[in-house]
Design a binder for this molecule. Structure first.
Ligand code: FAD
Length: 479
């Protein structure tokens, strides 16, 4: 079954496309079916997008004029960046105007003294990283989709990625925004300020709002000094508790220099080695493994020595069973590949039921143990493929089909297994949407998960900013 946008059966008013043509340049109005097909692709085929009109404005003013026309005609809008989101947030129905930010992709300013970069919302994340690098700075947001996702989409879904432990998620990296509001006004909040105590934090309303309150057109983001040294290690561990103790030790002994700490279950490493080109970095068998990266921006630091002393202390305390520290960038890349190939390996290993959850870091062992006991009791033989950015509490707690079960029969039990895992998350105070967002996929589930007060506040905010419910309606929050 595919999920569809709310306005799937509606049609646009007569003459509306002609009115759009008065405010957009010809390249910004896409109605030809073959030209708009690429905007409707959804990789996992979980959602169906059927927009008959795609607009791709070149400026915030053009977008604002488009939004005003939509407001006058009561036409809903769906913003879209790189369309890499996995929860159906950017899919549109026949009655929607799909707004692509792809043509608004300029870097506006890089300020290496203020440590800020400003860019239009359609700028691809990798291009933003590159512009920062050219100025001798680091833009630390980094995730698997960085070659195609946009900074506007990252802001709308408050993306995290591998650097959250050290630098925070997109919310922490955002200083200022420009947004086209549902009535077509432009809010210019492009302030490159680290301190701004002037009342409500308006930018924070739009960060993580998945395009339901307005369309982000530009942003000012924080930069950091480029790391001067980077060291990467892969370690065999006896338990998740040991992984957390190692993380804590590494943070303390490195002066908080841990820039990534990724946990992998042995099953995850096993399928990576079976189904991709990955090779185990050591012969020691262990139930858990961790990839650790330390960085420093101080040129004189002996990071290698620091890493070795952390591992020596960890061996002495019995936290680490075996480990390798990469001898070259190539080797570091191969260690990272073990972690990054996990989603692909999972696809090749059979059906997967996924959970994008987070819990307090200190409760990860309890979460994994309790959830694993519960799912195995309900489905004997199921494989727990847990991995992820454990340094920030975000575990990709995925399940791979039992060896003797048919894939379709396994996937038919997605909801049942989700309910079991999410109940464990609820009891230990976690979140069932840690980084991929809510979109269409988790709309109802999240409403059931949140308290009445939270649901009420969410709906009040939506009604206040978008009283006609036209901005990405039916996603994230239903009113
Ligand atoms: P889209 O997919 O186009 O849109 C996403 C949502 O944002 C939609 O609701 C859309 O309506 C809205 N939107 C888009 N642009 C705007 C705008 N300018 N203004 C308002 N609303 C807008 N996430 C993590 O946090 N951590 C990870 O480690 C991570 N890894 C990933 C790895 C892969 C391989 C993939 C495919 C995704 C991963 N993600 C991860 C999810 C990722 O954060 C999102 O896919 C990405 O941020 C969305 O950006 P996009 O430009 O593709 O937005």
């Amino acid at each position: 079954m595919t999920l569809q946008a709310r306005s799937v059966d509606r049609v646009l008013p007569d003459g509306f496309v002609a009115r759009l043509a008065t405010v957009l340049d010809p390249a910004g109005l896409i109605t030809d079916p073959s030209d708009r097909a690429s905007y409707l692709i959804e990789e996992r085929s979980l959602f169906e997008s059927r927009a008959e009109v795609v607009v791709a404005p070149k400026t915030a003013e053009e977008l604002a004029a488009t939004v005003r026309l939509c407001a006058e005609a009561g036409v809903p809008l769906v913003p879209q960046g790189g369309a890499t989101g996995l929860v159906g947030g950017a899919v549109a129905g026949t009655g929607d105007v799909l707004v692509s930010l792809k043509r608004m992709n300029r870097i506006l300013d890089v300020d290496p003294v203020n440590f800020t970069i400003s860019a239009e919302a359609g700028c691809v994340l990798a291009d933003l990283q590159e512009a920062a690098r050219e100025a001798g700075c680091l833009f630390p947001l980094s995730l698997g989709a960085e070659g195609s996702c946009t900074i506007g989409g990252n802001i709308a879904s408050n993306a995290g990625g591998v650097g959250v432990l050290r630098y925070g998620n997109t919310r922490e990296l955002t200083l200022g925004l420009e947004v086209v509001l549902p009535d077509g006004r432009i809010w210019n909040g492009m302030r490159p300020l680290y301190k701004d105590n002037s009342g409500y934090s308006l930018k924070n309303l739009f960060i993580g709002s998945e395009g339901t309150l307005g369309i982000v057109t530009a942003a000012v983001m924080k930069l950091f000094p480029q790391p001067q040294q980077r060291e990467t290690a892969f370690c065999a561990l006896g338990s998740v508790e040991d992984a957390l103790a190692l993380l804590s030790l590494a943070r303390r002994l490195s002066g908080d220099g841990v820039s990534a700490f990724e946990l992998m279950s042995d099953f995850s490493l096993d399928i990576v080695c079976k189904h991709t080109e990955g090779r185990r970095p050591y012969d020691t068998q262990a139930p858990w493994h961790a990839l650790i990266e330390l960085t420093t921006s101080r040129p004189g630091d002996d990071l290698r020595r620091c890493f070795e002393s952390i591992l020596e202390a960890a061996f002495e305390q019995g936290l680490v069973l075996d480990g390798v520290v990469a001898e070259s960038e190539d080797q570091a890349g191969r260690l990272w590949q073990l972690r990054e190939a996990t989603p692909e390996a999972q696809k090749r290993a059979g059906g997967s039921i996924k959970h994008d959850v987070s819990v307090p870091v200190s409760r990860i062992p309890e979460f994994i143990a309790t959830a694993s006991a519960a799912v195995m009791e309900r489905m004997p033989g199921v494989h727990v493929c847990a991995f992820g950015h454990v340094g920030d509490g975000n575990v990709h707690y995925n399940l791979t089909q039992p060896d003797d079960m048919d894939k379709a029969a396994f996937l038919a039990r997605w909801g049942e297994m989700n309910a079991i895992v999410h109940e464990v998350v609820r009891t230990i105070g976690g979140s069932i949407s840690a980084e991929h967002g809510v979109g269409l996929l988790k709309l109802q589930e999240l409403a059931d998960f949140r308290s009445d007060v939270e649901n009420d506040l969410m709906r009040s905010l939506k009604r206040a900013l978008d009283p006609d419910n036209r901005m990405n309606a039916g996603k994230l929050v239903a009113i």
